[in-house]
Design a protein around this ligand. Structure first.
Ligand SMILES: [Zn+2]
Ligand SMILES: [Zn+2]
Length: 281
């Protein structure tokens, strides 16, 4: 634990910053072109602020041993966290900027965690503070994105390419949204193959397609080269299911075919190969 003060949380993105006397002048995540500062300006809250901690936790086991953890009201970007239960140790994926009792108590009741990881710097939340509260477990952060670490700490473990977090749970770097953007591959005899995708692949509202963007809030697309890179990397993985970063973003079958079709469609549009049939000429 730190001595006394708790971390600063950016209200817009939910990422934590060092527990200094004052917060930084700006949030390096939110001033980037992939994010945004709200019209009312930058806002900060202490992680242990009683108002910030007044949130309820809803847990849903969406597949065997895979639990979604959602706070109400949401924090920051509002992603759902995942708790991946395995015999070799549990993994916390994309935690919120929150360390309140509902979350910590639930994790303790379910065996704690042996590692924390995220798909990319937008969905890191209070990973460092959570690690300190959960036994200083490693927080995996892709080396390509290290300049976007908002709170340096010795619990952060850099990785690249592919990294086995625990048996049946593997980080796979795909690039695109960030150069280090990744998915978490879940395998094993007791669970269907799945990828947890954050913003690396965004599950469509139709739950039959995915998309790929440099920025979702500001709608900046990716080039063909990077979309192909994501699709080719994912195509080599053994999975059927896709679980995105937000509630309801679940594709429960044919996940690899969905990614291939979606990448081909995306590239068809950005290269002007696909045309709307109603377009004149
Ligand atoms: Zn921010
Ligand atoms: Zn993002």
């Amino acid at each position: 634990m730190t001595n006394g003060a708790s971390a600063w949380i950016c209200v817009t993105c939910g990422n934590e910053f060092s527990p200094a006397a004052a917060p930084p002048a700006e949030c390096l995540i939110c001033v980037d072109e992939r994010q945004h500062v709200p019209a009312e300006g930058q806002q900060w809250v202490r992680l242990d602020d009683p108002g910030h901690n007044d949130r309820a936790l809803a847990v849903d086991e969406i597949a065997p041993g895979l639990f979604s953890l959602c706070l109400s009201p949401t924090v920051g970007i509002g992603q759902r966290a995942f708790f991946v239960k395995t015999p070799a140790g549990n993994v916390l994926w994309e935690p919120p900027g929150f360390v309140g009792a509902p979350l910590l108590d639930w994790i303790a009741e379910h065996g704690g965690v042996s590692a924390i990881a995220s798909s990319h710097p937008h969905l890191v939340g209070a990973s460092v503070s959570l690690s300190h509260l959960l036994g200083n477990v490693p927080v995996y952060f892709n080396r390509a994105d290290s300049r976007w670490i908002t709170r340096e700490d010795s619990v952060i473990e850099p990785w690249s390419g592919r990294h086995v977090v625990t048996e049946g749970v593997e980080l796979v770097q795909c690039g695109g949204h960030f150069p280090g953007s990744s998915v978490l591959l879940l395998t094993g005899a007791d669970r269907p193959g799945a990828i947890l995708t954050g913003d690396t692949l965004m599950v469509g509202a139709d739950r039959r397609s995915v998309s790929f963007m440099r920025s979702y809030p500001n709608l900046i697309p990716l080039p063909e080269r990077l979309v192909r890179g994501i699709a080719d990397t994912v195509d080599a993985l053994p999975f059927d299911r896709i679980h995105g970063g937000f509630p309801g973003h679940d594709i429960t079958e044919n996940g690899r075919e969905v990614v291939r079709f979606s990448a081909d469609r995306y590239i068809g549009w950005i290269t002007d190969v696909i045309r709307d049939p109603d377009e004149p000429g």
